[in-house]
Write a protein that binds this ligand. Structure first.
Ligand code: NAP
Length: 206
């Protein structure tokens, strides 16, 4: 699959390398391609990577989201997976309750088929989501079922357990989950090698 990774840091670099290792045609879009010469695949401008990818992963800091999206060109029909978190000091969330980072991304990317995902746990989990025989859950929110399924397929390839979390507005719920992960890791002493999982069982028969 042709994948465009916008940003090549902890999240983008890790995801892109993992999918390249699985044979996908990955192109990274960064501010300074020379700085990221060691990455697999091609490293270009964000606009070129966006043109390349059938599916794009937005992996820049929240403060950089508006300018980055404005520079990507026409995204009509592209699947755009928003991996960002709208982190503000505290840490807290810069948006919430009546909107979400995912919905704001959709407003800034007209025509794109936006999926929120790959954002609720730390970057250490991106390419290593397995914990023994359990998998980290990857809630995927979006209004386009086929776009969500594409993101779910790539997610499964890396070992995650993707779950359809409903429409894009459900990012109002998953972004606070990301903040919970951050505070558990940084303030509650859990460190960074943990993830959220989904436990499910059959109901008790009467
Ligand atoms: N780190 C995590 O554990 C984690 C987990 C889930 C979600 N997230 C979210 O994922 C996003 C990326 O996090 P990260 O940890 O991967 O960040 P990171 O390691 O700092 O990488 C950010 C990437 O975005 C680029 N960038 C930085 N400022 C930019 C700007 N002003 N304009 C354009 N590009 C810019 C960087 O470019 P250069 O390479 O040129 O510096 C880098 O490639 C954030 O929104 C974060 O909240 C992070």
């Amino acid at each position: 699959m042709k994948i465009g990774i916008i940003g090549a840091g902890n999240v983008g670099g890790t995801l892109g390398k993992a999918w390249a290792a699985k044979g996908h045609d990955v192109q990274f879009g960064v501010r300074d391609p020379a700085k990221h010469a060691g990455l697999p695949g091609r490293t270009t401008t964000p606009a070129e990577a966006a043109a390349h990818g059938e599916i794009l992963f937005l992996t820049v800091p929240w403060s950089a989201v508006p300018a980055t999206l404005a520079g990507l060109g026409d995204l009509t029909g592209k699947v755009l997976v928003d991996c960002t978190n709208p982190i503000a000091p505290g840490p807290s969330l810069a948006v919430g309750h009546t909107t979400s980072g995912g919905e704001e991304v959709a407003k800034l990317a007209p025509g794109a088929r936006v999926v929120k995902g790959f954002h609720t746990v730390g970057a250490e989990n991106m390419a290593r989501p397995r914990y023994g025989d359990q998998a980290a859950v990857n809630p995927l929110c979006g209004d386009d079922a086929a776009a969500k399924e594409l993101a779910a397929t790539l997610s499964r390839e890396l070992g995650w357990e993707p779950v359809d979390a409903g429409p894009l507005s459900q990012a109002r719920l998953t972004e606070p989950l990301a903040l919970l992960w951050i505070t558990l890791a940084m303030k509650q002493g859990l460190g960074r090698e943990f993830a959220f999982g989904l436990l499910q069982r059959e109901p008790v028969k009467a």
